[in-house]
Ligand binder design. Structure first.
Ligand code: ADP
Ligand code: MG
Length: 211
């Protein structure tokens, strides 16, 4: 059942320094924005959720997604999608192959996989882009491909790590609206970390400050 992303007395420290203290729930379709300057532990918080926290950090408390304790689950079993400021599309793969990478292994058969990829592209106005080299896409188009690749993996929560910071103002507003609207439609809890106030305002949810 969708219960959202829950932080139970979560703290993350680096040596003697406590970077993060969080005790709250991000419900399905809600957005929590964590704001703080560079080095304040924002990416570290997201690493704790994806299961990629470096051994240099110590975490206490529990993180639950839809009731399930994430501790001990490998990254790929956590059902968490993440978007970064760089899209990290594989440069040696076509747009379609990049999207197919997001598909769950349960979607079998070449035709079925191709159809899912085609539908995902059409959904964001990129029908017919499957054969394109990602390098030939605009920043906004690459951002939409990255969003769709992440959604094809059927995540139960969405994490945004300064995801819009490389887009210029007009495009930034567009891509941001697409991401937040999509998350709301799919009732995904969203945790966004950013140092930009306009990202926090656009999200429209609760804002917390760290650092
Ligand atoms: P932010 O995303 O808010 O800019 P980070 O979460 O990347 O900040 O980093 C928080 C702090 O942890 C910084 O002081 C950074 O230098 C430090 N840090 C990041 N990764 C590591 C690591 N693997 N080992 C030790 N310290 C790290
Ligand atoms: Mg960071």
């Amino acid at each position: 059942m969708a219960e959202g992303l829950r932080f139970e007395h979560v703290t993350i420290s680096l040596g003697p320094e406590r970077l993060i203290a969080l005790d709250c729930t991000v419900g399905p379709g809600e957005v929590l924005t964590v704001m703080g300057p560079s080095g304040s532990g924002k990416s570290t918080l997201l690493a704790a959720i994806t299961g990629t926290l470096d051994a240099a950090f110590a975490m206490t408390g529990r993180i639950r997604l839809d009731g399930h304790d994430l501790a001990g689950l490998p990254t790929e079993a956590r059902r968490v999608g993440i978007l970064f400021q760089d899209e990290y599309l594989f440069p040696h793969l076509s747009v379609g192959a990049n999207l197919a990478f997001g598909l769950k292994p349960g979607v079998t058969g070449r035709a079925a996989r191709r159809a899912r990829v085609g539908a995902a592209l059409a959904e964001v106005g990129l029908a017919g882009f499957a054969e394109r080299d990602p390098a030939t896409l605009s920043g906004g188009q690459r951002a939409r491909v990255a969003l769709q690749r992440m959604l094809l993996s059927e995540p139960r929560a969405l994490l945004l790590d300064e995801a819009f910071s490389k887009l210029d103002t007009g495009l930034r507003a567009q891509v941001r609206a697409l991401v937040f609207d999509t998350a709301r439609q799919r009732a995904l809890p969203v945790l966004q970390v950013t140092h930009d106030h306009s990202d926090a305002e656009a999200a429209g949810g609760e804002v917390m400050t760290v650092g």
